[in-house]
Design a protein around this ligand. Structure first.
Ligand code: GLC
Length: 533
C-alpha cells in the first residue's frame, strides 16, 4: 500500500477509452474516424484526460467491429489513412497526452494473409501458425471447448480436412502462440507502432493467449445459469489462463521495454488472486492487468470494501493498481447501478489508489440505448438472440450537442442515438454547474492536482452498512473519502476515529466547504471528499 513518490505517466494519469466507430465522424458516413478524434482532442484535454486508448483502427472485415484484424500495420479506410494516424499521434503528444493502441494478438481475421496461407494446405509453412487439429474418430470436434460468442470453438475446414480453433467468432481464428515465428511476427507488429511513437498497448484477451498443450476437455461449470452465454456452461480451465502465458507476457514486456516509458496493459477477466499473477515475476509482466472486479461485483459497500482490500493486499511489491467501471463490452455504469449511484462510482473510480480508465460518454452519464432487433449489429447479440447479450447499447454515438445526430455525424449513425441526446450532451453540460460532466471534470482536476489522490497511499476505514470509506495520503495532505452506496441517508459513526476536515468535493456541491467532525451525516447516493486537518 506504500509506494515512493516518483511516478510514471501511466501511474499518475487517467486513461480514457475511445471506441472509434462512435466518437466523432468527420466524413459523414455515419461511422467515427481518426480525424473525428483529432477534432475532439481539445475536449479531452479540457476534461483533464492524460492518456487515450483507442479500440482497433486496423484493416478488418468488421465481423467483430475491428477485433478481427486483416492487417496489423495499416489503418482501415473507414477510419482514415496512416497520415491521419500520424497526425493524431502528433496532436495527442502536442497536448502532452499519451496514445495507447489496441493490440489483438490472440487471433487474426480469417481474411488475414497469414490465415489464408495457413488454411491453403497442410504443408504450408504457416500451417502451424494457427491451431489445427484432426477430428475425433467419429468426425466430431477435437474437444468440448466452446466459443465465447456461442457454439463450438472448432470450425471444420473442408479443404484440408481439419478443424481450427477460434475462441471467438469463426472469422477470428486463434494464433498458435507456442510457435516462435508467431511470437516474432507479433513482436514486430508491436515495434512497428512503438517506432512511430505510440505510448503503449492495451492487449486484447491476454489470458486466452496460450491453451493447454494437450487440448484437454474443459470441465462442466456446475453453477451455470441458463440466462448466461452458452460459453459459461464449461469452466475454461484448459483453454485460458495457462501457466505458460506468463512467458509470453514477459516477452511482450521486453519488447515494450526496448522503448522508454511505454505501457503494457492486459485485458484479463480473472479473479484477483489469478489476475495479479499477470504483473509477472518481479514485475516482468504487464504493467497494468486491467482490474474489472468493480464491473463484476454486486454494487454494495460490504463486498466492494472487502474486494478493494483483497486487491490492495494481493498486489505484488511495486505492482501498480488500476480500476475500470466500464468499457465497450459491458453495460454502462448508469444502466447497471442507476444515474445517482453512477456519481458515487465516478468518485470511487477517481479516488481509489491506482490508474482509472474511463469509458467515453460515461462522463456525461450516457445510458445504454435500446437497439431494435432489426438494428442489432454485435455478433455476440446476434448469435445468442434470446440472451440479451448484445454490446451495441453501450457503443452508441457520443452525444456532443443538440444538433442533428448529436453533432456526431451528418449521416445516419451506424447505431441509433439515445432519444435524450438533446438534453444529455457535452455542450449543454459544459454550461451547467451541476451536470455530470462538470462533476467529472472537477473530480479529475482535484485528483490530478493532489498527489495524495493520484499517487498517495491508501488506508481503509472500517464502516458499517452501506458506507464505504478510505483515506488517501501524501506527505503533507490527507483526504477522507466517504461513499454511500445506498439511496438512504446514513451516518458514518466515528467511534474509534477522529477525522476532522472540510468537504472539498461532493456529489451534492452545496455541501462543499462544510466542516465535518465526529459523526458524519450522509445523504442517500452521496459521496464526499474531505480534506483532513
Ligand atoms: C475483447 C474485446 C471484445 C472482442 C473480443 C474478441 O474482449 O474487448 O470487444 O469482441 O476481445 O477480440
Amino acid at each position: 500500500m506504500k509506494h515512493d513518490q516518483k511516478s510514471l505517466w501511466w501511474q499518475s494519469g487517467v486513461i480514457y477509452q475511445v471506441y472509434p466507430r462512435s466518437f466523432q465522424d468527420s466524413n459523414n458516413d455515419g461511422v467515427g474516424d481518426l480525424r473525428g478524434i483529432i477534432s475532439r482532442l481539445d475536449y479531452l484535454e479540457w476534461l483533464g484526460i492524460t492518456a487515450i486508448w483507442v479500440s482497433p483502427i486496423y484493416p478488418s472485415p468488421m465481423a467483430d467491429f475491428g477485433y478481427d484484424i486483416s492487417d496489423y500495420c495499416g489503418v482501415h479506410p473507414l477510419f482514415g489513412t496512416m497520415q491521419d494516424f500520424d497526425e493524431l499521434l502528433e496532436e495527442v503528444h502536442r497536448r502532452d497526452m499519451k496514445l495507447i493502441l489496441d493490440l489483438v494478438p490472440n487471433h487474426t481475421s480469417n481474411k488475414h494473409p497469414w490465415f489464408e496461407e495457413s488454411r491453403s494446405s497442410r504443408d504450408n509453412p504457416k500451417r502451424d501458425w494457427y491451431i489445427w487439429q484432426d477430428a475425433k474418430e467419429d468426425g466430431s470436434e477435437p474437444n468440448n471447448w466452446l466459443s465465447v460468442f456461442g457454439g463450438s470453438a472448432w470450425e471444420w475446414d473442408e479443404n484440408t480436412g481439419q478443424y481450427y480453433y477460434h475462441a471467438f467468432l469463426k472469422e477470428q481464428p486463434d494464433l498458435n502462440w507456442r510457435n516462435p515465428e508467431v511470437q516474432e511476427a507479433m513482436f514486430d507488429v508491436m515495434r512497428f507502432w512503438l517506432d512511430k511513437g505510440v505510448d503503449g498497448f492495451r492487449v486484447d484477451v491476454m489470458w486466452h493467449m496460450i491453451k493447454d498443450k494437450n487440448l484437454r476437455d474443459n470441465p462442466i461449470n456446475p453453477d451455470y445459469k441458463t440466462h448466461q452465454a452458452t460459453y459459461e456452461q464449461l469452466t475454461p480451465s484448459y483453454s485460458t489462463d495457462q501457466p505458460e502465458v506468463h512467458d509470453i507476457v514477459a516477452k511482450m514486456r521486453r519488447v515494450t521495454d526496448e522503448y522508454a516509458e511505454r505501457v503494457l496493459i492486459g485485458e484479463i477477466y480473472l479473479p484477483v488472486h489469478r489476475l495479479v499473477a499477470y504483473y509477472g515475476h518481479e514485475n516482468s509482466g504487464t504493467h497494468l492487468p486491467f482490474n474489472f472486479t468493480l464491473i463484476n461485483m454486486d454494487w454494495n459497500a460490504r463486498s466492494i470494501s472487502t474486494l478493494v482490500d483483497e486487491y490492495e493486499g494481493a498486489l505484488p511489491e511495486s505492482g501498480w493498481p488500476n480500476w475500470v467501471i466500464g468499457n465497450h463490452d459491458q453495460p454502462r455504469i448508469t444502466s447497471r447501478i442507476g444515474w445517482a449511484q453512477s456519481k458515487v462510482a465516478a468518485m470511487m473510480l477517481l479516488t481509489l489508489r491506482g490508474t482509472p480508465t474511463l469509458y467515453y460518454g460515461d462522463e456525461i452519464g450516457m445510458r445504454d440505448v435500446p437497439i431494435p432487433p432489426d438494428k442489432v449489429q454485435d455478433p455476440q447479440g446476434l448469435n445468442m438472440p434470446d440472451k440479451d447479450l448484445s454490446r451495441d447499447p453501450a457503443r452508441t454515438p457520443m452525444q456532443w450537442d443538440d444538433s442533428r445526430n448529436a453533432g456526431f455525424s451528418e449521416a445516419e449513425p451506424w447505431l441509433p442515438l439515445a432519444d435524450s441526446y438533446k438534453r444529455v450532451n457535452v455542450a449543454a453540460q459544459r454550461e451547467d454547474a451541476f451536470s455530470m460532466l462538470t462533476y467529472y471534470r472537477r473530480l479529475l482536476q482535484l485528483r490530478q492536482q493532489e498527489p495524495a489522490l493520484h499517487i498517495g497511499d491508501y488506508a481503509p476505514v472500517v464502516t458499517k452498512g452501506p458506507l464505504m470509506a478510505f483515506v488517501r495520503k501524501a506527505e503533507d495532505k490527507q483526504f477522507l473519502i466517504v461513499l454511500n452506496l445506498s439511496h438512504k441517508p446514513c451516518i458514518l459513526r466515528q467511534e474509534h476515529t477522529h477525522y476532522k476536515g472540510k468537504i472539498v468535493l461532493a456529489t451534492l456541491p452545496e455541501r462543499e466547504g462544510q466542516e465535518v467532525e465526529g459523526n458524519i451525516s450522509m445523504y442517500g447516493d452521496e459521496g464526499i471528499v474531505v480534506e483532513l486537518f
